[in-house]
Ligand binder design. Structure first.
Ligand code: ATP
Length: 222
């Protein structure tokens, strides 16, 4: 059976989630207080309805209780976002993802029962900053305050060597979880895998370890 989603708030973020889920052929109930926004999504979502998400009875009438996963993407109106999340938690929604505007908002959302709090502007800012600081870091995903996954280009120092030759786990404490090149992705590569310059390595580990790995093996001295 297809999973049922609801997206509340159809701004750029909520709208984009709604479009992607719909493109993946998911059932999506799109909700916004603004009629114009709802009209924009009439031909995108399975249903698009005008409703104030802070009105519990309106949400109940829409059958929100039958939805598996609700995404709250109400923008600047933090009060409405919090109130909506409280209502959804009270109604026993299994999975609630909420977009936070700031750290304080995030803290409250977690306390009142949001399963997942996302902070797209902050996270994208971090990813871009890491890419700006080091052109070797192609992409960056924070796993916790101290751990990340990064995508780096293998440098000359790694070319022609295997993972075991470089003894990456012992020397740098991080792991190569996948190697990408033009048309291939090798997930969980063997220790005997030969690395080539310009391979893209997906590396997981503590930030300090990744940083040492990058300084010693990725950055070319010349
Ligand atoms: P972005 O466009 O970058 O996503 P944003 O997160 O600030 O920015 P907005 O553009 O403010 O998002 O969009 C939030 C949407 O949430 C708006 O379309 C707004 O009409 C809708 N919204 C606000 N309050 C409610 C509410 N109580 N119930 C339902 N929808 C609401």
């Amino acid at each position: 059976m297809k999973r049922e989603f609801a997206v509340i708030g159809l701004g750029r973020f909520g709208g984009s989630i709604c479009r992607e889920l719909s493109m993946e052929d998911m059932h999506v109930l799109a909700i916004d207080i603004d009629e114009e926004k709802v009209n924009e999504f009439k031909n995108v979502a399975t249903y698009a309805v005008i409703a104030d998400a802070t009105d519990e009875s309106a949400l109940k009438e829409l059958g929100i209780k039958n939805i598996d996963h609700v995404i709250v993407a109400i923008g600047d109106n933090i009060q409405a976002s919090i109130l909506t999340t409280v209502i959804l938690t009270d109604l026993g929604i299994e999975k609630i993802t909420v977009k936070a505007q700031n750290d304080y908002h995030e803290k409250i959302l977690k306390k009142i029962g949001a399963n997942q709090v996302v902070h797209p502007e902050r996270d994208m800012g971090k990813r871009i900053a890491h890419n700006i600081i080091s052109s070797n870091i192609l992409d960056y995903l924070e796993l916790s305050d101290e751990h990340s996954i990064v995508e780096v280009k293998a440098g000359k120092k790694m070319s022609g060597k295997t993972i075991v030759d470089l003894d990456i786990r012992a020397n740098y404490g991080c792991n190569i979880v996948a190697i990408k090149n033009e048309d291939n992705i090798n997930v969980s590569p063997s220790a005997e895998e030969l690395l080539k310059e310009d391979d893209i390595l997906i590396v997981i580990g503590a930030d300090n370890d990744i940083s040492r790995f990058e300084k010693h093996l990725v950055v070319d001295d010349d």
